[in-house]
Design a protein around this ligand. Structure first.
Ligand code: SF4
Ligand code: SF4
Length: 480
């Protein structure tokens, strides 16, 4: 017989458990799900010219709104900075408290936990689910499965449905979606996310963490003997033996009574007594389970506990473990905190001092200049005036470094040509305009600048240097 390449998955029927870590996990699940589902419905008044959704990725207008912050496409470095902070934050959390992200806040963990509660609600706790799984298909089992999978589909649909609300005005899209008036991409996105949520959270579960997600591998490389991880203290627990055996042979057995409760409650189905492993998401439910067992048999808690490998070795030698503060505050975590904080401060500073006015200039190159009948020279430019305030603003555009130069535009006639013009730029928009710049006869090629200044109390300004093209002696000329 050829050897099998893959082992068949053993379904995980984790048992209900209560304890401080389970309650913390409940709290995290409620908070993270509430943030995800409720955020698109939060309103934020930005005045009449901007959307009033607190968090919105406005792809059509290329804007990202987050409460009082509005990010424009040219400010993508803010998003890049936030992503870098998220990455360093994960490094910091991992080196301080191990895979806490995986155990409590990762979407795969949160949704899997939710689906496991659905299993428990519909099919009962561990033993009932195991019996039902092994039972033949009867009408009762079919109806139960259909009911459970319908709940899975509703959760998946709500997940996909909430996702699209981040990309358009939530109340409007919600109405349009159910009226059949939303864009096809909305229905496709919801269908894909419903399917992936049900498949990944409802059926694949711990396999995503163990086989698909790269993060456990990266984290394994980041953990060291000073990182907090969920650990079974084998020096204290081994050799395992029941309470009865321990009573019969005092001193021959460790504290582990081999009840298997730590394995039964594990959402990834692993036995932490076999040592740290990639399948352990450090949710600490086995700590709750073992602490309960220890309390029942009258032994000290913490046979399975959050501990560093270094402290375990200390405890095994009979020494006192280091204080948790020394575990959390060490050079590596302090360095990550400093980097994380510095990037955060730099982003806040950049946000505080950023200008809400901007200008870009593109000179026309074909032809680069026009020679007018009176000998003066005209160049044409395309200007983009940016107004990042949520109200219309007047902007003065002035020529600098071009003596005798005047300008007009596609909306201001040549008769009104002047060295500076005032344009109104609509709220929260970029206004594109053609600018015609004319310099007196005899002006040579030279650098000059356009400067815009907002005509309000802020007097924000921006200037762009460009080049004025003019004919060289003997060069053929276009004339008008
Ligand atoms: S719960 Fe504790 S006592 Fe029971 S098997 Fe696990 S480690 Fe041993
Ligand atoms: S071994 Fe313990 S901490 Fe790790 S995943 Fe299982 S229950 Fe959670």
């Amino acid at each position: 017989m050829p050897e099998k390449l893959y082992e068949k998955r053993q379904a995980v029927h984790n048992k209900r458990i209560d304890g401080p870590f389970r309650r913390f996990k409940w709290a995290m699940m409620i908070v993270t799900l509430a943030i995800y589902y409720v955020t698109p419905w939060i309103r934020w008044d930005r005045g009449p010219y901007a959307p009033d959704q607190a968090v919105l990725v406005d792809l059509a207008n290329r804007r990202f709104y987050m409460f009082g912050i509005e990010i424009w496409p040219h400010e993508f470095y803010f998003v890049a900075g936030l992503l870098i902070m998220a990455g360093i934050g994960l490094f910091l959390v991992t080196s301080a408290v191990g895979r806490a992200w995986c155990g409590y806040a990762c979407p795969q963990t949160v949704w899997t936990d939710l689906f496991q509660h659905v299993d428990r609600f519909v099919d009962g706790d561990r033993n009932a689910r195991m019996r039902l799984d092994a039972a033949p298909w009867t009408w009762g089992k079919v109806l139960r499965r259909a009911f459970k999978w319908t709940i899975y589909a509703v959760i998946g649909f709500a997940t996909g449905g909430a996702w699209i609300l981040y990309f358009a005005d939530a109340p409007t899209l919600f109405r349009d979606f159910f009226a059949g008036d939303a864009a096809p991409v909305a229905y496709i996105t919801v269908a894909v996310l419903t399917l992936t949520t049900v498949v990944l959270g409802g059926f694949m579960r711990e396999q995503v963490c163990i086989y698909m997600c790269p993060w456990p591998r990266i984290q394994s490389a980041m953990l060291d003997e000073k990182s907090l991880i969920v650990t079974y203290k084998d020096w204290r627990g081994e050799p395992r033996g029941s309470v009865k055996k321990a009573r019969k042979h005092p001193g021959e057995f460790g504290d582990c009574i081999d009840c298997n409760l730590c394995v039964a409650v594990c959402p990834t189905g692993i036995d932490i007594r076999e040592g740290p492993q990639i399948g352990c998401i450090t949710c600490a439910l086995c700590i709750d389970a073992c602490d309960r067992v220890m309390a029942e048999v009258g032994r000290p808690r913490g046979l399975i506990d959050y501990a560093t490998l270094e402290d375990c070795e200390r405890e095994a030698r009979g020494e006192t473990p280091r204080s948790p503060w020394r575990t959390l505050l060490r050079p590596r975590t302090i360095a990550y905190s400093l980097i994380w904080g510095s990037i955060g401060l730099a982003l806040l500073f950049a946000l505080g001092v950023r200008s809400h006015t901007g200008l870009t200039v593109s000179p026309d190159r074909n032809p680069p200049f026009m020679l007018m009948s009176d000998g003066s020279i005209r160049n044409s430019f395309t200007l983009k005036l940016r107004n990042m305030e949520s109200r219309p603003r007047d902007m003065a555009i002035a020529l600098e470094g071009l003596p005798g130069g005047v300008m007009w535009s596609d909306t201001i006639g040549r008769d009104d040509a002047a060295p500076a013009q005032v344009m109104t730029v609509p709220a929260d928009q970029t206004r594109t305009m053609r600018a015609y710049v004319m310099a007196p006869a005899g002006t040579g090629e030279r650098d000059f600048a356009f400067r815009i200044t907002s005509q309000d109390e802020q007097r924000e300004t921006d200037s762009v240097e460009t080049r004025f093209s003019a004919p060289e002696a003997g060069q053929p000329r276009d004339s008008q």
